[in-house]
Write a new protein. Structure first.
Length: 261
């Protein structure tokens, strides 16, 4: 595997085990996160996503150092005193508007393609929702592609969340809609930083072609794409690894994935 393919998937997946559909209890989510830290998969960011409203519960169960992505589901940002001892790296903000932060963390404002263009302060990134619990929660390939193109054209880093359960786009019978694939997303960002339309690769379900494209991404494109796509949150920390191993896009064994269950 060449350097470009390795760069594409390094530190890609945030731990969103507290969130649906997995929605692990706090104690179980932290046990899994600790096991992931010990496993050390390079695909994982080893960053734990936690709603601000659940910080007291987090503290009650936490007995090891943690790197935190804070999901702001409260009216205000928690004061620094409430975050003492927690390494908050990211704050993800709903509502399409940046907030004042009194802590050294990167901020990502959640928007939809329909809300573009948006005015964000320098250094603030965006966040896009790629799915949810209903078919209506999944943006079209056209809308997701418009979001990616917007960020690429303005060099705005972004995070993704929800719906990216597997590497390749596929139809989900229970929801009655197509799920976006995280491999499609990564390759769409590669297309956008090279000035190409990201929509065709977002729509692709051709596994062999997607693997071929990933293996052929130039090193420079991979680096630029991953500076743009910071990470995505996944409620499963094992499925992304299993998919990449099965596709031959990362080196390892099935035991590596099993350690992350």
């Amino acid at each position: 595997m060449d350097l470009g393919a390795m760069t594409l998937f390094h530190s890609l997946v945030d731990d969103a085990g507290l969130f649906p559909p997995t929605a692990l209890p706090m104690a179980e989510a932290l046990r899994r996160h600790r096991a992931d830290l010990a496993g050390g998969s390079p695909v994982l960011t080893h960053r734990f996503l936690c709603p601000a409203s659940r910080l007291p519960e987090l503290r009650a169960h936490l007995d090891f150092p943690i790197r935190l992505g804070l999901i702001l589901d409260t009216p205000d940002v928690p004061p620094p005193a409430d975050l003492t001892g927690l390494a908050v790296e990211l704050v993800e903000v709903p509502g399409g508007r940046a907030v004042a932060l009194d802590l050294p963390a990167r901020q990502f404002v959640e928007v939809t393609a329909a809300q573009l263009p948006v005015d964000v302060p320098p250094g603030v990134g965006l966040k896009v929702r790629c799915g949810g619990l209903t078919a209506a929660a999944f943006p079209s390939a056209q809308d997701l592609g418009a979001f990616i193109t917007y960020c690429a054209g303005r060099d705005i880093p972004f995070k993704a969340t929800a719906g990216l359960h597997n590497a390749v786009r596929h139809f989900h019978p229970a929801l009655g809609t197509d799920r976006h694939g995280f491999l499609n997303l990564v390759l769409a960002v590669c297309a956008a930083v090279e000035g190409r339309d990201p929509v065709p690769v977002l729509r692709s379900t051709d596994v062999g072609e997607l693997v071929r494209l990933a293996q052929a991404v130039p090193d420079g494109t991979a680096a630029r794409a991953r500076r743009l796509l910071v990470s995505y949150g996944s409620c499963s920390t094992s499925t992304p690894i299993e998919d990449l191993l099965a596709l031959g896009l990362i080196i390892g064994t099935t035991a590596d994935a099993e350690e992350n269950v």
